[in-house]
Structure formats: C-alpha cells, structure tokens
Design a protein around this ligand. Structure first.
Ligand SMILES: Cc1ncc(C[n+]2csc(CCOP(=O)(O)OP(=O)(O)O)c2C)c(N)n1
Ligand SMILES: [Mg+2]
Length: 1009
C-alpha cells in the first residue's frame, strides 16, 4: 500500500483503504495526471491529478491531515470522499466473502461476485506483475549485449537474430498492448521487484522504462532459475534498484587506466612482434579491468589467495596486468631464449605463474596463481579447483573465505567441452566444493573460425552453468562500467553466498584467431563491421572526456605513460639471454626443496607395535560410547581383520590401511577420491561404516588413530573421471606433504580422463617443472569383463613413459634407484602383495621429490589367500620390492632351472598354481616385475645372471598388443645385449607367452615348456 505503516501515522486510513481502492485511486490520479503538464511545487494549487508518485501523495496526505484546506480541492475530495470507516470496510469484506467462488469438490459456500470494476484493477495489477516477471525472466533475451550489433536491438541490418530480438521485446510488453491504453496509469509495485527504489508506486511508462534499463540494457541477467527468494532479491538489489550502477569519478578513471593498460599491452606487442602469435584480447579488452575488480573486491572481502585458470586468449595480458609479472621477463619470452634448468617448457601463452602482490584497493597482500595449462582447452578447470580446495584445506579455510578460484573461458570451449560440465558439477559436493567459483567468459562470438550457430545448440555459451543455478551476467564488452559492475557484483555474490557465478563478456575478436590468421576468409561481414569499430578504450576515454570526468590530455598522458613502461621493459628484455622454467612455476612449494638431497630415499618400513596398533583400530567397530549399530556383514569383516592382526598377516585392505595409518601418523594428509572409494568397488575397503539405525551417522576408524594425526579423507566422487582426476591432480600440486590417490572404478574408465593423463600427469613436470605425487589406482586383470573392460590399459601408460628402452643404465651408481625415479616422468607398478602396496604408497612421500604413480590394482587378488603379506614384510628392515624374485626350490638350485618366467601382477598366482600342480618348482623360476617403469634393469640383469641355463619368457594374460609386453621386450633385449657384452650366458631373446584366465591355457604354458 502506498500508505506506509509506521511512516504515515493515521492508522484509520491504512485500515480503510483496500488494494482495490488504492489501485483505482492511482489510476484515476495518473489519468488526470496525463492531462496536465504543470508540476507546480505549490501543493495548495496542484491538482490531485498532478501527483505522480507515492511519496508525493504521502506528503499531500500529511499536509491535508493537518489542514484540509492546504491542498487542492481535488485532493481534498479524494482524501475525504474515499475514506471509509472501519465499519464500512468490514461491510466491504463481508460483501466480498459472499461472492467467493465455490471451491471445486470442497463444498465451499456460494457467493456473489464483486463489482466488475474491482476485478479490473486486480487484473491490471496482475498484468503489470506479469510484465515485471517477464522482464526478470526473459529480459536478457532482449538485452543490448553485442557491441558489433550483429545480434541486438542496434542491429544495422534486420537479421534473423534481430527479428528474434524484436519479437522478444514485443513478448515482454505484450500484455501492455492489449491491457492498457494509458502509459501514465500508476501502479503499486509488487514486492518481487526493486525497480521503484524508495517508491512504491510508479506510472506504467516508468515501470517499463526501468525494467528495460535494468534488464535490456548492456547487461542481461539470468537469475530467475535461482529458487531462493533471498538470493534473487539480492541480485535485484544489485541490478534493479535505480542507480545500482554507480561509479565515482575516481573509479571511472581507474577503469579507464586499466583499460588503457589492457589495450596498450596488446598494441605494444602488435607493434613489436607483429608476426608472433600472442592470442590478443582486443575486442574484449575489458577482461583485464574485470579481473582486477574481482581481485580488488574479493580482497576487500577477505580473500587472500586467488587461483586463476585460463587458456590462450589474453593470457599474456593477464600475466602482465593482473599478476604484474615483470614485463621484461615476459617480453623476453618472445626472444627465443634458452632455459637453463630442467623442463621442456611450453609456449609462452601457456605458462603458469605464482606471485604475491600488494593490492592498493584493499590495502592487503594477495597471492595470485595462474595455473599452467596445456593446449587442451578447459582441462585446466578441475586442476585449478583441486588446487584451490587443497589450499583451503591447508589454511583451515573451511568456507572458502580466503581462497578464490577464478576460471576464464572462451565462448566456444565453455559450451563445447564436457570437462566444463563435469567440473561445474563438483561445486556443491562436500569433498570437492570450492565454495563458489567465479567464471569469466571471454565471449568474442567466434571459436577459431566457427560461428556460434555452428558450434552450439544452446542459446548462450554459458547455459552449462545453469545446471548449478549460477547467476549469469551477460554484459556488453563495450560498456566498461556495466562490465566492471558485473565483476563487482560477482565478487560480492561469491563472498556472500559461496556459490558459482558467471560473467559472460560479449565482445568480439579484432584480429584472426591468432594474429597471423586472416579472419575475413570465414567471417567477412563480421570483420567489415569490426574494422569500422572504434576500440572500447578510445570510446570510453571520449565518453569520460565528454562527461567532464577527465581531460583529453590526461588520457593521452595515460597512454603515453604505459607505452613508455613497455618500451623500457622491451629494452631490458633484450639483455635477457636465458631464463629458468622454474620462474614460471605455479606451485613453488617454498622451502620444500631447499637443502634437500634429492636422491635421498626415506625408509618405508615401520615397527610391529605401530602395525599392531593401527591394525587393531582398523579391525574394531566404533567405540561403544558412540552407540553405533554396525551392519552384521561388516562385523564379520572386522572379525576377519582382527584375526589377521592376531596372526600378523595382512590382506590387501589391511596393507593399504597400514600405509594410510602410518602416513597420517607422520603428519601426511591422505586423500583417496573416486567413485565409491569409501566402501571400495570390490567391497574390500570399508573405511566408512554406516550406522544401521541412524541416518548419516558414519565412522572411519582411520580418522581416529592418533590425537595429533594428519587428516584422512576418503571421498566418494561424482560419476566423473576427467574432472575428478583433474581435481585430485590439482589437490596434489598444492602441498608435497600430502598423498592424493584417485581410484578408478575399473581401470579402463580412466580413459575418459585421457587428456588429464596425457597433458598433465604424464608431461606436467617435463613442460612446467611442476611435480605431483598423485597416485592412480587402476583396477586391472583379465577377469571376465571382456578384453577392453578387464584391462586398465597398462600398455598406454607404459607407452607414455619417458625412459629410453635402448639405454642400459650405469649400475655402479649408488643412487641408481633414486636417480632412475627422479628422471622418469612417472612410476608404473603392478603389485602382487599388500606389503609392496604399503611400501609403494609410503615411498610416494618418502622420496625427496614427487612423482606420479600409476598402480594397476588387483581385483580377485584383493581376497586371494596367497596375496597376503606377513607383518615382517612391513617392518623396519623391509622396503619396496621392485621385483620379487623366486624364493622357492628353483632359486635354491638355479643351475637346474630351465625356464625363467618374468611376469607382473595377478597372473603370477595363476602361474604358481600351475607350476605347483605340475611339479615344476625346481625347473621353473617365476619372477614378479612389480615396478615396470622405470624398468628395474639392475635386478633383471641379476636374475638373468642367476639362471644361466634358462630360457627367458615374459608371460602375460593380456593380448599381445596390450599389457606390458611392448614396453618390456626392448628393455629385456637391452639387458640381454648387456649380458652378452659382459660375456655372461644368456638366452638370445625373450619369448612372449600369453595365457588367458582359463586353467587349460595356464596348464599349456607350464606343460609345454
Ligand atoms: C580440446 C581442444 N580442442 C581443440 C582445440 C583447438 N583450438 C584452439 S583455440 C580453438 C577455438 C577456441 O574458441 P574459444 O573457446 O571461443 O576461444 P577464443 O580463441 O575465441 O578466445 C580451438 C578449437 C584446443 N586447443 N583444445
Ligand atoms: Mg571465442
């Protein structure tokens, strides 16, 4: 009601006017208002028809209450004529009650309808509400977002898109056309809009204009899918309230200054390195001020560390102007200088960075990381998220107040790449959330040479973000203030609600995909228009000059100043002759490498007392005081574990638990992540017990081993491999004193994360000197799931290994084992004992460097009675076994051995059974190669030396083109050549035998030999 309770005073008036009355009054007022233009300040003479808003009426009313003669007669009539007594009001209500329609099937009373005129007022208001809602929901469809005017109301040619847009506008206002003939009719605004600001009544014309300005200007806001009223109201506060976009002169100058740097940087590079690819930002130059605003605002709101992930477009500009990487160092990358340290490097527009800067706006320090990324667009997203999440964990920032991930996307890649969807979907998962990510889309309306109409089916490139109800701000890149406003609101949104938000910067690409490309080959008309378009920076400068915010000379000075900075940096860059890849590292692990002997390996064995303690805890149900009801089946499993501890023998699950327990005891945070990892795909792990009588009551004994232990997280993930593996890789990059394990449900499912494996895990260190100790557990073995699904694809991982098959290593080096590990790109294992799993896991953090470990984990071996390890294999004298030699009869009398079989993984147990069944223990030696890569040349050499008369076989259950054979064969040849060179007896070659899982096939291997 326009009579504001508490402000107006006379309660009788409030009570006496119904909505209908007021609406009618309002309409009458406005109708009359349209007839007269005189808006005299003299209330005495102004007719009631002149009042155009609620506050005005309020003032009149107050004046009239004190002295009825003080207002125009028409107002007097209005105020007196329509004042009803409470009695009258009651009568009216009673009358209304009478005509309430009969509720169908509920036996409601029969009533008579209200006067038609009353309904007309209600209907009119409902129509206005519908119009408001239409703008809120679909206004963005008619917004003026495209600086090129190809799509939008300012379109020069009536394209199909244009027509669509005009149609949308018509739809937005459609109710108006048939419901009203008077734009000056005054309406009470519903509480679902804030366009009125302090005013509750507005003429329809003003309502439409304000809606148009809020929703169809240079910003199109998509937020009506948000179900929380609080959050939608918050968005309206920032976009609907009149004057919501309001920058001071100082702020405008700052925006221009930042724009000048953004454009100045690209212009400078274009001048100095005209033939070089740099993937410039021109056309979306505003991205830099947007990033700066996000950081300023977030820092003011408490963020201390920002993790940025982005692709090629504008990356150099971000490094220069957001991170303030020294310009001379940046420019030196154009000079083909050589790196003096390890790592092959990467193209300059992929390199990472870590920096700590003082933020002048917030007056606080901010750490900024740009994560190095490969060519594969968008795959860096989950890595950034994981890294940010790990930093939150390290800082104890459990709500994401201090760490902020920002992902910058291209329009085509954001909607095209599945990893975007998978990553966004992590946003609300407890073990993966980053408490909101800010997404910035550099939407230049083209992907390489492809128009959006051929590259996506969705209306917007950002539609993927709707899946998590993230608000999406589409904004015209040529309106700097609108853009920076969106950035400010996005930062505030993320800080307040800790949820994702998207800024879609709709701009263009001034040049080709890279600067050498001719864009007119494929987008001729678009580029005709682009060529005639003034750069945004120039337009904004002119606007500020026109508005008197700055003088033209100031802008000229601003431009010249930045050009001077660039020129000086250029001169300095010419003197730089070398650089270090490590200057570009995104996760520096400060202090970790200092003073370390990188070849020192820590022992991995532990004492019996510790094993017994952890074993007993792991075998025990929750303490009785927890009143936790454990499933009967789990009680049985715990009983088996207890028995194993008593017998001092461990199965796979216990071996793994020993590794986790001892690591957290040593202060190493352990995280296992993947699908169904809490129980384990094969139901062997059962780390998380569920109370059978209470919902969501869980217990994980490994989290309660020691009061001062490091945290242990085991987390069931979403059904994604790519995003989750990427996330865990990022997590592992944040802190070397963490063991992060990603487990596949079946090994072959890892192929949906192939880009993460190829681009990051296999080559991250080589390209970016970035280390990671990520462990992949890939269940593998040919056990009836068909040839492709049974396999974890050992061959693929081995093919990606970087060691030279023809090079026999120098074995007299006492650090040979560590050096081999240091130099490889990753470790590939296929283990056969729980103890070796234990040592392998502990070795991951016992090394003085970090290396990914690809471990092919077993399926049936998880419960195989022979695949168990005595506790002594875990003790202080034990260590990781790269190979496990034959310790049976064959080894006692090696001269008599006729066959030396090398194998890896589960097939070993099949072979042993067949050999034992056929009494060939003395003549057949079976050696397990537990670590396939780096290849244990030294140990294999010794085995071949030991059995001089034996023929050599590699036995695997995988097909010939699968398994380890193609990797092992050339390396075994190298060993044989070395043996011969040293005049040792050695077979001429190694033969391959493939055995399938059938007993007949196994027998044939043993018997035929
Ligand atoms: C996964 C992947 N597929 C293909 C490419 C090749 N490629 C490089 S840039 C590009 C176009 C990207 O368009 P957009 O995301 O809109 O970014 P823009 O270059 O327009 O900024 C393509 C297809 C790639 N780098 N990564
Ligand atoms: Mg693009």
């Amino acid at each position: 009601m326009y009579l504001k309770p508490g402000r107006l005073g006379p309660a009788i008036v409030m009570k006496s006017l119904t909505t209908i009355d007021i609406t009618r009054r309002s309409l009458q007022i406005t109708k009359a208002l349209s007839a007269t233009k005189d808006r005299s300040a003299n209330l005495k003479v102004e007719s009631f028809a002149n009042g155009s808003n609620a506050s005005y009426i309020e003032r009149l009313y107050r004046k009239w209450s004190k002295d009825p003669n003080s207002v125009d007669e028409s107002w007097h009539n209005y105020f007196t004529g329509k004042r009803r007594t409470i009695k009258q009001d009651r009568q009216l209500k009673t009358k209304h009650r009478k005509w309430e329609p009969t509720a169908v099937g509920t036996g409601g009373s029969t009533t008579t309808p209200a006067p038609a005129a009353d309904w007309k007022y209600i209907d009119d208001h409902l129509v206005v509400q519908a119009i408001i809602r239409a703008y809120q929901t679909r206004g963005h469809l008619a917004a003026d977002l495209d600086p090129l005017g190809i799509v939008g109301p300012t379109g020069h040619t009536p394209s199909t898109e244009d027509r669509k847009l005009q149609a949308t506008k018509a739809v937005l206002r459609q109710h108006y056309s048939y419901a009203f003939n008077d734009l000056n009719a005054l309406f009470k605004l519903p509480t679902t809009t804030l366009i009125g600001g302090d005013e509750q009544f507005l003429p329809l014309r003003e309502i439409l204009d304000r809606l148009e300005r809020a929703y169809c200007g240079h910003i199109g806001v998509e937020y009506m899918m948000i179900t929380s009223i609080l959050k939608s109201t918050w968005i309206r506060q920032h976009f609907e309230v009149p004057g919501a976009i309001n920058f001071s002169a100082e702020e405008k100058k700052l925006i221009l200054e930042r724009l000048t740097r953004s454009s100045g940087f690209e212009n400078f590079l274009a001048k100095k390195y005209s033939s070089e690819k740099r993937f410039g930002l021109e056309g979306c130059d505003i991205m830099i001020p947007i990033m700066k605003e996000i950081i300023d605002q977030s820092s003011k709101l408490g963020v201390e560390s920002v993790h940025i992930g982005m692709a090629h477009r504008g990356r150099l500009n971000v490094l220069a102007n957001v991170c303030r990487k020294p310009l001379d160092e940046l420019l030196s990358q154009f000079n083909s200088i050589k790196a003096t340290d390890r790592g092959s490097g990467d193209v300059k527009y992929h390199l990472g960075l870590f920096t700590k800067r003082y933020n002048r706006q917030s007056k606080k320090d901010v750490r900024i990381t740009v994560v190095a990324n490969p060519s594969h667009l968008e795959f860096v997203n989950p890595v950034v998220l994981g890294k940010a999440r790990a930093e939150m964990f390290m800082r104890g920032d459990y709500q994401g107040n201090k760490v902020l991930p920002v992902l910058i996307h291209g329009d085509a890649s954001f909607c095209g790449q599945g990893v975007v969807y998978e990553s966004i979907h992590l946003t609300d998962l407890p073990a993966y959330t980053t408490y909101g990510t800010i997404h910035v889309v550099v939407n230049n309306q083209v992907g390489f040479t492809t128009d959006p109409r051929f590259s996506r089916s969705s209306r917007y490139c950002t539609d993927v973000a709707r899946v998590v109800n993230a608000p999406i701000f589409h904004v015209n890149a040529d309106d700097p203030e609108a853009c920076v406003h969106c950035a400010r609101v996005a930062a505030k949104w993320r800080a307040k609600y800790h949820r994702d938000v998207v800024i879609d910067i709709v701009g263009y690409r001034r040049n080709g995909h890279n600067e050498a490309d001719e864009p007119a080959f494929t987008q001729p008309l678009m580029y005709q228009r682009i060529r005639n378009l003034k750069p945004c920076t120039v337009k904004y400068a002119e606007k500020l000059v026109h508005d008197g915010v700055i003088k033209m000379e100031e802008y000229t000075e601003m431009t010249a100043k930045y050009e001077k900075i660039c020129n000086e940096a250029f001169e300095k860059s010419q003197k730089i002759k070398t650089f270090k890849n490590s200057q570009w590292i995104d996760s520096p692990w400060s202090g970790y490498f200092q003073g370390r002997n990188r070849l020192k390996m820590c022992p991995t064995g532990v004492n019996l007392k510790t094993l017994m303690y952890i074993g007993n805890k792991f075998a025990s149900p929750p303490p009785t005081e927890n009143k936790f009801t454990v499933h009967k089946g789990i009680m049985r499993i715990l009983g088996i574990r207890k028995k194993m501890v008593e017998d001092k023998i461990a199965d796979w699950s216990l071996g793994e638990a020993f590794a986790i327990g001892t690591l957290v005891k040593d202060g190493i945070h352990v995280r296992i992540s993947g699908q169904d990892v809490e129980r384990g795909t094969f139901s062997h792990r059962h780390h998380v017990l569920h109370d059978q009588t209470k919902d969501k009551v869980r217990y994980n004994s490994l989290q309660h081993l020691y009061p001062d232990q490091a945290p242990y997280d085991v987390c069931n993930s979403s059904l994604s491999e790519c995003a989750v593996m990427g996330f865990d890789l990022g997590y592992s990059m944040a802190n070397p004193n963490t063991l992060v394990i990603w487990e596949a449900q079946f090994g072959d499912f890892a192929n949906t994360a192939q880009a993460i494996i190829d681009q990051f895990v296999a080559s991250g260190e080589t390209k970016w000197v970035r280390q990671s100790g990520l462990v992949l557990f890939l269940p593998h073995s040919m056990e009836g799931m068909g040839p492709e699904h049974s396999s974890g694809r050992i061959e693929r991982f081995l093919q990606l290994s970087n060691d030279d098959p023809d090079c026999f290593p120098v074995m007299c080096d006492s650090d040979y084992v560590a050096r081999q590990l240091l130099n490889c790109n990753w470790i590939v294992t296929n283990l056969t004992t729980p103890a070796n799993l234990f040592h392998a896991m502990r070795r991951q953090v016992g090394m003085s460097f970090r290396k990914p470990l690809i471990n092919f984990s077993p399926k049936s071996l998880l419960r195989h009675p022979l695949a168990r390890s005595p506790f002594r294999d875990f003790n202080e004298c034990s260590s990781f076994q790269r190979i496990i030699p034959d310790k049976g009869k064959a080894s006692h009398n090696p001269e008599c051995v006729e066959q030396l079989i090398l194998c890896s993984g589960k097939v070993y147990y099949d072979l042993v059974k067949e050999r034992d069944d056929h009494d060939q223990e003395a003549t057949t030696a079976i050696v397990r190669v537990e670590q396939i890569c780096p290849f244990p040349y030294d140990l294999i050499y010794k085995q071949l030396e030991l059995y001089p008369k034996a023929d050599l076989f590699w036995v695997q259950e995988e097909h010939k083109n699968q398994g380890a054979w193609t990797y092992v064969q050339p390396r075994l040849d190298t060993v044989l050549i070395e043996l011969k060179a040293n005049e040792c007896d050695a077979p001429s070659k190694c033969q391959l035998i493939i055995i399938w899982s059938s007993p007949v096939a196994r027998r044939s291997v043993i018997c035929d030999r």
